[in-house]
Design a protein around this ligand. Structure first.
Ligand code: CMP
Length: 146
């Protein structure tokens, strides 16, 4: 089924690698339904990453993701959630270079923290994350009809 997912180009890859990453996204047949540069406040970054509250990397992650502009996109195609995570590659960019050398994180990410892009991991988190970044009215408006 057609799905929507949230993709972010993080501060280590934006703006320098934006054009290359968008080219990869289009080549894989995703439709970019919505896109915008955004600059997370610390509060929005905390809300976005709330599932990671208490983890050792949480404070650094929130600080980093609110330190500079990023590029946010809603991507759509059949099976978009899994497809975007596959194109992004493993979370850790150094591991990605060993196992998935053509993935976006292998090509443009630095390490286990600064990894170029984000992708929603489920239908529920895609809906939540699209709401946090683009507003809950927009998130509700693109829900596939039942
Ligand atoms: P992301 O897919 O956006 O989800 C959580 C982010 O936390 C992850 O990408 C990394 O940028 C960052 N992070 C930092 N350290 C870790 C870690 N040990 N495990 C997972 N994610 C981490």
């Amino acid at each position: 089924p057609i799905e929507f997912t949230l993709a972010l180009i993080k501060p280590d890859a934006y703006p320098a690698k934006k054009d290359d990453i968008l080219q990869r996204i289009r080549a894989e047949g995703f439709t970019i339904v919505k896109e915008s540069e955004v600059h997370f406040s610390a509060d929005v970054a905390k809300e976005f990453y709330k599932e990671h509250v208490g983890k050792p990397f949480y404070e650094t992650l929130v600080g980093w993701m609110s330190s500079a502009p990023i590029y946010a996109m809603v991507l759509s195609k059949g099976g978009a959630i899994k497809a975007w995570r596959a194109l992004a590659g493993p979370t850790n960019s150094e591991k990605a270079r060993e196992t998935s050398p053509t993935s976006i994180r292998a090509m443009y990410g630095k390490d286990g923290s600064e990894n170029a892009v984000h992708g929603s991991d489920s239908l529920e988190s895609a809906k939540r994350e699209i709401g946090v970044v683009f507003g809950h009215d927009f998130a509700a408006s693109i829900e596939p009809p039942v």
